[in-house]
Ligand binder design. Structure first.
Ligand SMILES: O=P(O)(O)OC[C@@H](O)[C@@H](O)c1c[nH]c2ccccc12
Length: 274
């Protein structure tokens, strides 16, 4: 069983537990009772921002491929730093067991900035979309690899009905065909294979080259420096989803500015040493 299969199997149980604690009708009542205005995730990524680059900066404490990154990361503070550095949007990993995240992180990250916020999660059921919306998410990730076309169709329709945007994630030409059949415009190309963790930065540029003018690619995973960004810009991609390298940066504001084409961030020791 691959790690991805395990994550998805665990997720089914977690969602069932969550639905027992908070039944769908209560979740819907909470949505109806809470004022919320979408911050326009997809609209923000439709064209390049200042410097020609949009960065979706991710709040990521840990991952199954890297283990602990910053296990004690404060989601609100981190999001505020991302906003100060010029991020176009924030992504928050809400998976607990494998990424040490929580929906509460999304709530706090969104309250700390004016930016649109993406729920980064292994979404397999409608319930998780209602949860995302109740937490205030502007957008959700839908991963083609873990969904059938009919599931993807249904989840996409409900995402829109709830007023959110979807970032549909692919990793191969076959998955691109499915994303396109579902009618998704905003397409995340994961450079990392979620089952093996192999990361190849050429994946995004290769798949983006197949896309039509109405489709907006987002290069995701394994982006570490300005050179990586420039290679993608040359391939026509101006949206980037970046987690680990941003979380680890000693000065996240300066590093973001550097990634967007500003002056290089000063090299600082990560832990206060010399
Ligand atoms: O930390 P990185 O290598 O910059 O990657 C960020 C993001 O792309 C990655 O977290 C991600 C992309 N797709 C996912 C799906 C599930 C979990 C995580 C992900």
């Amino acid at each position: 069983m691959s790690i991805l299969d395990r994550i998805v199997a665990d997720k089914k149980e977690l969602v069932a537990d969550a639905a027992r604690r908070m039944p769908l009708n209560q979740l819907c009542a909470r949505i109806a009772d809470t004022a919320w205005t979408a911050r326009g995730f997809a609209a923000r990524l439709a064209r390049p921002g200042p410097g020609g680059v949009n960065i979706i900066a991710e709040v990521k404490r840990a991952s199954p491929s890297k283990g602990d990154i910053r296990p004690d990361l404060d989601a609100a503070r981190c999001a505020a730093e991302y906003a100060a550095g010029g991020a176009a949007a924030i992504s928050v990993l809400t998976d607990g067991p494998y990424f040490k995240g929580a929906l509460e992180d999304l709530v706090r990250a969104r309250a700390a900035t004016d930016l649109p916020v993406l729920r980064k999660e292994f979404i397999i059921t409608d319930y998780q979309l209602y949860e995302a919306r109740a937490a205030g998410a502007d957008a959700v990730l839908l991963i083609v690899r873990i969904l059938s076309l009919s599931q993807l169709d249904g989840l996409l329709a409900l995402t829109r009905e709830l007023g959110m945007d979807a970032l549909v994630e692919i990793h191969s030409a076959e998955e691109y065909t499915i994303a396109r059949a579902a009618g998704s415009r905003l397409i995340g190309i994961n450079n990392r294979n979620l089952a093996t963790f192999d990361t190849d930065l050429g994946t995004a540029t290769t798949l983006a080259a197949r896309m039509g003018p109405g489709e907006i690619p987002v290069a995701a995973s394994g982006i570490h420096n300005r050179r990586d960004i420039e290679a993608n810009l040359a391939g026509g991609i101006f949206n980037f989803l970046i987690g680990e390298s941003l979380v680890r940066a000693p000065d996240r504001v300066a590093f973001l500015k550097e990634l967007m084409g500003g002056a290089p961030a000063a090299k600082q020791p990560a832990d206060g040493g010399i």
